[in-house]
Design a binder for this molecule. Structure first.
Ligand SMILES: Cc1cc2nc3c(=O)[nH]c(=O)nc-3n(C[C@H](O)[C@H](O)[C@H](O)COP(=O)(O)O)c2cc1C
Ligand SMILES: C=C(O[C@@H]1CC(C(=O)O)=C[C@@H](OP(=O)(O)O)[C@H]1O)C(=O)O
Length: 375
């Protein structure tokens, strides 16, 4: 079983993470974890906070000479931006955790809520996800993502028509991680306008997970369904408001004969489908096709032109506090989503091929692959 916890405030000293359940004898490249952290810091539309931070991980347990021991892995990332403009936040921002959190935790200052609600915490999730990605890469599993829209500017790229890994490489090197460079230019101008006018923008990200074997997740109990676990993990990212798998929301427009994937068999490939409307999951179980996930994020709640709110001391009408903030965080969202996907797939993978060392899991995996080949 994989589980993890994070701790730390946005402007506190450090972020802390504990990851348990990664088997022993997995080789970890710390440089790769730092590379993933740097990917999360990129992207057009972020606040100047990202030019202050330079996220690097320290590994404080569970790894000896770059190899996991099976013990809990503990991780630390320093915060460099520790200063806050004001120490008292009495004007809760619509759309952030401020007011509901203040009431729930009986606090007098929204600072005690927003510091933990901040998506700064997703830096630690990215580091934890990077370790899971390394684990999955031992079994050929790869996770790609790209941005499919910023606000209503849509990238003219369709996974169902093209699935070349070269396309994803294009996204990797562009400022908004969009494969369609024309759409990216328009989206960039929109973000510039947001900066000038003081509003923020949401958007949508697509993830493609390749080489997940058939049989991860289960139909037998609600909390073992892989699609359910993916949805929970994606919705746990601050700002995410919807999750789709496969055709997702569009599936309602099709009849049953064009929305389910017909099954074929060949000596070489075994069972396969010519379409992937299901997005690689049927009955909560991976079916061996690519897993396709799309998530939508709302526009950032903190805005230069703030919305109306109420002062929690005087109860008078006022406007929300406006502080340094991202204008658009869809690029970091895509990286955090990759990390969360890696954690969930690793968890269900280890559940299926259980073992305490890499050798044990690999042996179980190979046995199972031999069995699947004969089906
Ligand atoms: C990578 C990332 C960066 C974010 N940056 C900001 C930000 O600068 N300012 C802000 O108000 N919200 C930001 N958010 C969104 C808030 O954290 C989120 O809206 C808030 O915690 C409330 O949660 P909810 O929108 O899921 O209800 C960011 C989210 C992510 C994933
Ligand atoms: C610090 C990060 O994101 C932050 C998430 C965030 C929020 O309210 O969620 C608010 C901003 O922080 P600050 O108030 O210091 O400008 C973002 O920069 C990060 O992604 O590392």
């Amino acid at each position: 079983m994989i589980r993890f916890l994070t701790a730390g405030e946005s402007h506190g000293d450090k972020l802390i993470g504990i990851l348990e359940g990664i088997p022993a004898n997995l080789k970890i490249d710390k440089g790769y974890i730092n590379y993933e952290l740097s990917r999360r810091q990129k992207g057009y539309g972020r606040s100047e906070r990202m030019s202050i931070e330079s996220d690097k991980v320290q590994i404080t347990s569970g790894i000896e000479d770059n190899i996991t021991t099976g013990a809990p892995i503990s991780l630390v990332i320093d915060n460099l931006a520790k200063e806050i403009k004001s120490n008292e936040f009495l004007q809760p921002r619509p759309g952030h955790a401020d007011l509901a959190g203040l009431i729930k935790y009986n606090q007098k200052n929204a600072k005690n809520i927003l510091e933990r609600a901040s998506a700064r915490e997703t830096a630690m999730r990215t580091a934890i996800g990077a370790i899971c990605k390394i684990f999955l890469s031992n079994f050929g599993i790869k996770i790609f993502s790209h941005v499919i829209s910023i606000s209503d500017v849509e990238s003219n790229y369709n996974y169902y028509e093209s699935e070349s890994e070269l396309d994803f490489a294009l996204a990797e090197n562009s400022i908004l991680r969009m494969i369609d460079s024309n759409a990216e230019q328009i989206a960039k101008e929109r973000i510039d306008f947001g900066f000038e006018e003081g509003f923020t923008l949401g958007g949508k990200v697509e993830l493609i997970i390749k080489n997940v074997p058939v049989g991860i997740g289960s139909h037998i109990q609600w909390d073992r369904r892989l699609d359910g676990k993916i949805a929970q993990a994606m919705m746990s990212i601050p700002g995410v408001k919807s999750v789709e798998i496969g055709l997702g929301e569009k599936i309602k427009n099709y009849h049953g004969n064009f929305s389910n994937d017909e099954i074929y068999y060949s000596e070489n490939r075994g069972y396969y489908r010519k379409t992937n409307f299901a997005g690689g999951i049927e009955g909560g179980i991976s079916n061996g096709e690519d897993i396709v996930i799309r998530i939508t994020m709302k526009p950032i709640p903190t805005q230069k032109k703030p919305l109306k709110t109420v002062n929690i001391v005087t109860k008078e009408d006022t406007i929300a506090f406006a502080q340094r903030s991202d204008v658009c965080a869809i690029v970091p969202l895509s990286i955090v989503a990759e990390a969360m996907a890696a954690i969930v797939i690793s968890e269900s993978f280890i559940d299926k091929f259980s073992g305490d060392s890499m050798e044990e899991i690999k042996s179980n995996f190979i046995n199972y692959q031999n069995y699947v080949d004969k089906r």
